[in-house]
Design a protein around this ligand. Structure first.
Ligand SMILES: Cc1cc2nc3c(=O)[nH]c(=O)nc-3n(C[C@H](O)[C@H](O)[C@H](O)COP(=O)(O)OP(=O)(O)OC[C@H]3O[C@@H](n4cnc5c(N)ncnc54)[C@H](O)[C@@H]3O)c2cc1C
Length: 441
């Protein structure tokens, strides 16, 4: 038995873990009862935890084929995006969509149908997936795609491991001309101005805003909004043009200890946010940023999740539809600022349209925040749930560890169809996580 948790370190569960290296190992594990597949444990909550049987897929990490003309890659589910970047960025290819950490597995990226800073242009990870080899309850492998078993393919994107075990997949990488990003950043005085920056620059491939959610009154929701696009050789200084993919390796720091609970309070969060805002404002304008610093600033500090101490932390991430986003976001940020529980990392992104079976994104704005795991933040999140529901929004399962099933069902009318599909096909008897049990999926 092994103590396991997601990245938020809450909840922790004692789990029986089997590590798969081959598809035969996966089939054997499936014959032992209901299980959940686990990638690299970067989902924040309990979506990759099953005390009875958790199937660790990191041992299936082989890259199987690559077409250097088209950027089409076939790889096993346990391959990390970090491995894909290390292998293919020097040859001019980058993941079509990436979340804010490169330490996610291919299986985890598909199962959560992760989004990046380019959702408004490209959609989620699934847009770049051609097919998936999925192992079902009986150990049989089905190659699902938009043409073959499209329903199962659609439900597997964003299905949180509840439709089968992803063994391998074919994905398309994006051709890029350098390892650099041209970044334009703006310090906005309010949340409304930040939204204007997104709306005025929908033609930029990447956009994201960091929000100071401790600021109140006239400064409510002030932000550092950052736009980005892949740099061409012409964007680079003369000296870098001959080696456009060469970037300096960053030294990674490690969070050496669990910070004590009292280190995080209204004052430290306010001080951090104020400092971060002013630093961002000072550096606003056009800069050239290497890919690792641009996409993965948090990866530079290994084990940064220890900052919240041993009790761990919650993430709250919702998306509000475009029409109600301005008023809804205003209410969410106002409520957080007034509570004095503002988080260090509040991130706002613009989503484009997405018509999918169970994935999280929909056209509008998504807000992600973290809070220490305690009763006060649980109470605050209840209010945030209500505001989200009242504005027609929904919630991201890859970040959730505490949502009541009624809230999830009310937010997302697709929930009942997903649960019914699982019941009718017998998938519910083979694949389950603590999260699926809590949410009645
Ligand atoms: C710092 C940080 C930043 C992040 N930023 C973003 C972001 O910008 N956008 C975003 O969308 N997400 C983001 N995330 C969340 C993360 O991308 C997702 O949770 C992703 O699913 C984690 O992948 P993993 O391999 O660690 O999977 P795990 O956490 O191990 O599992 C996640 C889900 O995938 C399923 N799964 C994993 N492997 C398989 C498989 N082989 N077959 C079937 N199911 C499988 C699990 O059952 C589980 O439901 C972030 C996470 C962190 C820690």
């Amino acid at each position: 038995m092994t103590n396991l948790s997601g990245w938020g370190r809450f909840p922790v569960a004692e789990c029986r873990v089997i590590r798969a290296r081959t598809q035969t190992d996966v089939a054997r594990a499936l014959s032992q009862g209901p299980l959940i597949a686990r990638g690299n444990g970067r989902a924040y909550g309990d979506s990759a935890l099953n005390p009875d049987l958790t199937l660790d897929m990191r041992g299936m990490d082989r890259m199987l084929s690559f077409d250097a003309e088209t950027g089409v890659l076939v790889a096993e589910a346990g391959v990390l995006l970090a491995d894909i970047i290390a292998a293919f960025l020097p040859r001019g290819w980058f993941p079509g969509v990436t979340p804010g950490t490169k330490f996610v597995s291919l299986g985890g990226a598909i199962a959560a149908d992760v989004h990046g800073k380019n959702h408004h242009v490209d959609g989620a990870f699934g847009s770049f997936v051609d097919w998936i080899d999925l192992m079902g309850p009986d150990g049989r492998i089905t190659r699902v795609s938009r043409d073959h078993q499209p329903e199962l393919f659609g439900y597997t994107l964003g299905g949180m491991g509840l439709t089968g075990v992803i063994l391998r997949a074919q994905i398309r990488l994006r051709a890029v001309q350098s390892g650099w990003i041209v970044q334009d950043s703006y310090a906005t005085r309010t949340l409304e101005e930040a939204i204007d920056v997104f709306e005025d620059h929908l033609d930029w491939l990447y956009s994201v805003a960091w929000i100071d959610c401790a600021a109140q009154g006239a400064h409510l929701g002030r932000s550092i909004a950052m736009l980005g696009r892949h740099a061409t050789p012409e964007d680079l200084p003369e000296a870098r043009r001959s080696a456009p993919f060469q970037v300096k390796r960053k030294r990674s720091l490690t969070m050496p200890i669990d910070l004590p609970g009292f280190a995080l309070n209204r004052y430290t969060v306010h001080a951090f946010n104020t400092l971060y805002y002013h630093l961002g404002a000072w550096k606003a304008g056009r800069t050239l940023v290497d890919w690792d610093s641009y996409f993965y600033p948090l990866d530079a500090i290994r084990d940064w999740n220890r900052i919240y101490g041993k009790r761990g932390f919650f993430q709250f991430q919702c998306v509000l539809p475009t029409d109600s986003a301005r008023t809804g976001l205003h209410q969410l940020v106002q409520c957080i600022a007034a509570s004095g529980q503002g988080s260090f990392l509040s991130v706002l992104k613009r989503f484009g349209a997405q018509d999918s079976r169970f994935s999280f994104p929909q056209a509008g704005y998504t807000l992600a925040l973290d809070f220490p795991a305690n009763d006060r933040s649980l109470a605050l999140m209840k209010t945030l749930d209500r505001i989200t529901l009242d504005h027609g929004g929904r919630f991201y399962l890859a970040k959730d560890s505490r949502m009541p099933s009624e809230v999830f069902a009310e937010a997302d009318p697709r929930t009942e169809a997903f649960a019914a599909m699982r019941r009718e096909t017998g998938l519910d008897a083979a694949f389950a996580s603590l999260q699926s049990q809590r949410l009645g999926l």
